[in-house]
Design a protein around this ligand. Structure first.
Ligand code: ATP
Ligand code: MG
Length: 394
């Protein structure tokens, strides 16, 4: 038994001892039954937030308005949520009022999919009110209740459905699929941050192609603000990819720096780098300078993108180029701008960084040695070339 599980059982026992009902619920139960790794445990209980405050020393109101409190044990947070029902939905997302419920049944009914309403009590007994075990066996994602209503209430559930397909290698149950087809336009009403988050998780999951195929079939990809062409390509590739490559592919057909997309600066920079290197190497060999400038991880990602678009694999070349790099940072060049400026007329000062770049490239490409004497000699040659081309108006 893992420490995560053991501590979770302690929490259930403490609640039971105070005569409250309490169960593990949702992802943890589902993933444990499927033999998949788990990282956190959600607990559902009829204890109210104020009861939890008296029962546990360390409790943080992470979502007190929604009845969620976190209890920390050995550095891990357990989300304990009071039984609730969701009443009125606002704009196809987020209940705008929540009401505590008295029974487990009511709480489970408001959950999205049958496989996400399984419970486990302190003795390991599984509770299953809505045929979740059957759907686990049949490997399918099926809403609890009428799919049309459940997606109309909360459109994010449609993207969650695809995410679970991608993660679990499941299929969408027929009526669930049809309801997604019917309500797909509501996806446009979800906040862009939530859409991005779901796409990140989908792209990083092991069976993302399967989910993307279902997305294309249901035409959901057309509701995703310019991503349709990119998603079609991703759905057809046999390459495994990470979310950075996926977004670089999407960015070939839609400028993702434009609204409504709101990707972080850091992520945008990475996809720009992958895209730039892809454009350079799609029909050409990677060079040592490419690997040096963009780094090996980016080179491999560009190589994946190239292959998705029909180019040949250059992975072993990239690794070889990397292994043979004589230096790994511009700082390792054995000459400085000041070493060169001593020898050149002041009018040439602006040429110095240009010369340093050329020297760096020649060292990286192993055309010259990285010794001071060689570099200085070569710097003079470059100066002559520059002077010559200036004189000739080039
Ligand atoms: P993961 O492994 O990705 O965390 P999870 O099933 O635990 O999967 P969470 O987003 O952590 O997913 O949500 C926990 C549980 O809360 C779900 O299993 C489900 O029962 C319920 N739930 C979450 N989001 C929704 C939603 N939009 N509509 C209905 N129920 C939801
Ligand atoms: Mg979870």
């Amino acid at each position: 038994m893992t420490k995560l599980h053991e501590n979770g059982i302690e929490i259930l026992k403490r609640l039971n001892d105070a005569s409250f009902e309490a169960y593990f619920v949702g992802g943890y139960v589902r993933d444990t039954l499927l033999g998949l790794p788990t990282k956190d445990i959600d607990i559902t209980t009829n204890a109210r937030p104020k009861d939890l405050e008296t029962l546990f020393k360390k409790v943080i109101p992470t979502g007190a308005a929604f009845g969620t409190m976190s209890v920390i044990m050995d550095g891990v947070g357990y989300e304990i949520t009071t039984y609730r029902k969701e009443t009125v939905y606002d704009n196809h997302r987020h209940p705008n009022a929540i009401e505590f419920a008295d029974t487990l049944e009511e709480d489970l009914k408001r959950r999205d999919f049958t496989i996400n309403q399984l419970t486990m009590d302190k003795d390991g007994h599984i509770g299953d009110r809505f045929e979740g075990l059957k759907d686990l066996r049949k490997k399918r994602i099926k809403t609890i209740g009428t799919p049309e209503e459940r997606f109309y209430e909360d459109a994010l559930r449609m993207l969650r459905a695809f995410r679970f397909v991608a993660r679990l290698d499941f299929s969408l149950e027929e009526n669930t699929f049809k309801a997604i087809e019917n309500h797909r336009e509501l996806i446009r009403k979800i906040s862009i941050e939530r859409i991005q988050e779901e796409l990140f998780r989908l792209f990083d999951a092991p069976h993302s192609q399967k989910a993307l195929k279902a997305m294309v079939k249901s035409q959901v990809h057309e509701t995703l603000f310019g991503l349709e062409k990119g998603i079609e390509i991703l759905s057809e590739t046999s390459m495994a990819f990470q979310k950075e490559v996926a977004f670089a592919c999407l960015s070939l057909f839609r400028d993702l720096t434009q609204g409504p997309w709101k990707l972080s600066k850091k992520f945008t920079q990475e996809i720009k780098a992958i895209k730039a290197l892809h454009e350079k190497t799609m029909n050409k060999a990677f060079t040592a300078m490419d690997v040096f400038t963009y780094t090996v991880p980016i080179a491999h990602k560009a190589n994946t993108l190239n292959q998705m678009l029909g180019a040949k694999d250059q992975a072993t070349d990239i690794d070889m180029l990397d292994k043979r790099l004589p230096i790994r940072s511009p700082k390792a060049l054995n000459i400085k701008g000041s070493d060169i400026s001593k020898y050149v007329p002041i009018s040439h000062n602006k040429q110095i960084s240009l010369i340093l770049n050329r020297l760096l490239e020649e060292v990286v490409e192993r055309k010259i040695d990285n010794t001071y004497e060689t570099l200085l000699k070569r710097a003079h040659e470059h100066l002559n070339i520059i002077e010559w081309s200036h004189k000739n108006g080039k």
